[in-house]
Design a protein around this ligand. Structure first.
Ligand SMILES: [Zn+2]
Length: 223
């Protein structure tokens, strides 16, 4: 790869992770990718052509790009590092869970395979990070994660939270203040007909959650 790119341009790994997080195994348009990475569509197109040359993506101009098996493996390797790092920062370094994402974004690129697997060992091979995001296994498979959104529950039903979809500090801090973490049980008491405001009970305390927030909370219906 020519070294004409600026220090600020996203790395190959960031492209692969963005393709995985937006599209999984489906095609992603150049525009969606450009928006996610915060750069121009023209830069994205030329990078995709290079990634195609390296066998990391399948790409056709105007049809978007999707990960090849090789690209998917690379993307999941980074996701594994990222989520192990976030777990480590919270369980061993006293970070709060809304602080870890940016730091992990930087560090994940520096970790060797050996360091990553020693870290996994130290953490006793967690299946999910503190947001509830599944940590890919070394073979690229993903642990099961219950994914019913709280917003879909009817009054009287209870959700055991498995995952919080937001990476934004604001939303995560607010959810933490309400006592909502993976493992929390949330009972829906009332759903307002207009706007979808949910009244919920958490540990005996009543609260109201906007539909927007309730869509970020996923888990398993337990009653
Ligand atoms: Zn993160």
């Amino acid at each position: 790869m020519p070294n004409t790119s600026t220090a600020l341009s996203p790395s190959v790994g960031d492209y692969l992770k963005a393709l995985w997080s937006i599209g999984k195994d489906e095609s992603v348009s150049t525009n969606d990718l450009a928006e996610r990475l915060g750069i121009s569509s023209a830069s994205v197109s030329s990078m995709l052509a290079k990634l195609k040359g390296s066998g990391l993506v399948h790409y056709q101009r105007y049809r978007g790009a999707r990960l090849s098996a090789k690209g998917r493996r690379e993307a999941l390797r980074l996701v594994r590092r990222h989520r192990l790092l976030e777990t480590f920062m919270i369980t061993h370094l006293d970070y709060s869970w809304d602080e870890v994402h940016e730091e992990a974004e930087t560090l994940e690129h520096a970790l060797s395979e050996r360091f990553t697997e020693r870290l996994a060992n130290l953490l006793d091979h967690p299946s999910h990070d503190p947001h509830g995001d599944p940590i890919p296994n070394t073979d690229g498979s993903l642990p099961d994660t219950p994914n019913t959104p709280l917003a879909k529950l009817e009054p009287g039903q209870t959700l055991e939270v498995a995952r919080l979809l937001s990476q934004s500090s604001e939303a995560l801090t607010y959810l933490a203040e309400l006592g909502i973490n993976p493992g929390t049980e949330i009972e829906v008491t009332v759903r307002e007909p207009v706007g979808g405001l949910l009244h919920v009970k958490i540990d005996g305390t009543e609260n109201a959650l906007s539909r927007e927030l309730a869509l970020l909370i996923e888990g398993r219906t337990i009653g």
